[in-house]
Design a protein around this ligand. Structure first.
Ligand SMILES: Nc1ncnc2c1ncn2[C@@H]1O[C@H](COP(=O)(O)OP(=O)(O)OP(=O)(O)O)[C@@H](O)[C@H]1O
Ligand SMILES: [Mg+2]
Length: 289
């Protein structure tokens, strides 16, 4: 795995160490897909990320919760390399892709051209077609973005991420603007794609149930740091009706400052890392969003 190493000098200058990418050892080695140490991000006088430490293992599915304004997008943008960090160290894979709440498609480019936009790869159209097929949109490869539904447009954005074969897939509330039914189907799709491609995933969400349904670990960001790191070891597919699920949900809601009457005595979360889930077979024909 190629890594981009970003660090900041004592004078605050970003040191670009990506010119000679380091080769990470295979999964199983202590090396991680993401390794952040003392990572800080300031906007003027405001410290948003405050000496944050974070490890994500290759292939691990992480959900990140936190109050509005807690810095989730700031962290995601730093991991994506879209913003410079103010200080600290950050190690991420070279192959990264991000999907945001809005699909960010170029309206003057057909779906398949959006998928391979900015890439100079052989057989671009065929690669785009394959990626669109993976998200169940082979039949819309020539569609203009303006003719796509919200769910379809988001799937094109996913295809655009996939075609980059990311080792780190960054998702910033990608389902937030979708209706409930489309959201459920997107959950299934994202899990299936994750199993097939096995990137590390960081999913930012406000939806506690979504986090517990999907992730290996759920993190809570507060005060510029990761204040909780809950391992979710329930088998997938998970059910919100399940007692263990509800217990974790209650813990998370309490951590997020939501007042709850019931189950106030739920045990506090513990901090520990988990290995990636084993890959499972995937059948795309199950999806028709
Ligand atoms: N470019 C910027 N310049 C100045 N301040 C910024 C900038 N980007 C973000 N901030 C501030 O950083 C803080 C964290 O913003 P961020 O978007 O990361 O929060 P968030 O956790 O993603 O919130 P939400 O859940 O509402 O999306 C906010 O106070 C925001 O105003
Ligand atoms: Mg945000």
């Amino acid at each position: 795995m190629l890594t981009a190493k970003l660090s900041v000098t004592d004078t605050g200058r970003l040191r670009d160490e990506t010119a000679e990418p380091e080769v990470l050892r295979p999964a199983g080695h202590p090396n991680n897909a993401v390794r952040a140490r003392q990572l800080s991000k300031r906007f003027g006088q405001n410290t948003i990320l405050d000496r944050l430490d974070l490890d994500i293992r290759p292939g691990e599915f992480i959900a990140l919760l936190g109050r509005s304004g807690s810095g989730k997008t700031t962290l995601l943008r730093a991991l994506a390399g879209l913003d410079q960090i103010s200080s600290g160290q950050l190690q991420v894979p070279q192959a990264r892709a991000a999907v945001f709440q809005e699909p960010r498609l170029m309206p003057w480019k057909r779906a398949w051209r959006n998928v391979v936009m900015g890439l100079h790869i052989p057989q671009a159209r065929e690669r785009a077609r394959q990626a669109l097929a993976e998200v169940g949109l082979a039949h819309r490869e020539n569609a203009w973005p303006g003719t796509l539904s919200g769910g379809e447009a988001q799937r094109v954005a996913l295809a655009r991420a996939l075609v980059r074969e990311p080792q780190l897939l960054l998702l910033d509330e990608p389902f937030a603007a979708l209706d409930a039914l489309t959201r459920i189907r997107m959950h299934q799709l994202i899990l299936s794609l994750w199993r097939v491609h096995q990137p590390a995933v960081l999913l930012v969400t406000h939806d506690v149930d979504e986090a517990v349904l999907l992730a290996d670990r759920v993190l809570v960001l507060d005060g510029g740091r990761i204040v909780a790191d809950l391992r979710i070891d329930q088998q997938r597919p998970r059910s919100a009706e399940n007692h263990a699920f509800q217990k974790v949900r209650t813990q998370l809601l309490q951590l997020l400052g939501v007042e709850l009457d019931a189950d106030a005595g739920a045990p506090k979360p513990v901090l520990h890392l988990v290995p990636p889930s084993p890959a499972a077979p995937f059948n795309l024909s199950n999806f028709s969003i």
